[in-house]
Design a protein around this ligand. Structure first.
Ligand SMILES: CC(C)(COP(=O)(O)OP(=O)(O)OC[C@H]1O[C@@H](n2cnc3c(N)ncnc32)[C@H](O)[C@@H]1OP(=O)(O)O)[C@@H](O)C(=O)NCCC(=O)NCCS
Length: 161
């Protein structure tokens, strides 16, 4: 998929997420993840949680995407990535993911890990395009529906990523 009009991601501004963003995040979270969405309380706790780094993508002053990383002192874990449905396919997800990977490098992570639904084609394209490789399959990882997850890894110690 190519950018629809070339306007993104140049017009997108990345910034740290704040607790004040939770009401908007809450709406995005429900739009993007449906029954699997985090609760309002989980979102509020997560964005300020220990070792967490959350970034938002703004377009014209409105949050249209967000992503989060957890660094445990050794490895980094992608906690979430999401782009508002009406702005998908224009490079915002990749911009957010690149920001997470950049942060992982800055804090000295060896690898970046993540889980993704095996049927989530857009996310799989996003991650493989950024150099992530499949590690293994976790059975019935996602509820509801018992959907399997791929675990994926980006090795930051390789020179070419
Ligand atoms: C996954 C997601 C974050 C991608 O965001 P995005 O802003 O559309 O991503 P980008 O525009 O940077 O595109 C990244 C890749 O995904 C592909 N992609 C985006 N939308 C797609 C779609 N509907 N179908 C297939 N591929 C798609 C793009 O083509 C691109 O791949 P390419 O580099 O090979 O062309 C977005 O689809 C989303 O928010 N989905 C719902 C939440 C979710 O599933 N998050 C991931 C949880 S693990």
């Amino acid at each position: 998929m190519t950018p629809a009009d070339g306007a993104y991601p140049q017009d997108v501004v990345l910034r740290a997420l704040r607790v004040e963003d939770v009401p908007v995040l809450d709406v995005l979270e429900r739009e993007l993840f449906g029954p699997a969405a985090w609760s309002t309380q989980s979102l509020a706790e997560e964005i300020v949680g220990p070792g967490r780094w959350y970034v938002g993508a703004e377009l014209g002053g409105t949050l249209v995407g967000y992503a989060g990383l957890w660094f445990d002192g050794e490895d980094a874990q992608v906690m979430t990535v999401g782009t508002s449905e009406q702005h998908q396919g224009r490079g915002i997800g990749r911009l957010l993911l690149d920001a997470l990977v950049g942060r992982a490098r800055t804090v000295g992570a060896r690898v970046v890990l993540l889980e993704v639904r095996v049927d989530n084609e857009p996310a799989l394209r996003l991650y493989t395009g950024a150099g992530f490789e499949r590690l293994g399959r976790r059975r019935a990882y996602y509820q509801p529906g018992n959907v399997d997850a791929w675990t994926m890894r980006l090795d930051l110690q390789q020179a070419d990523v």
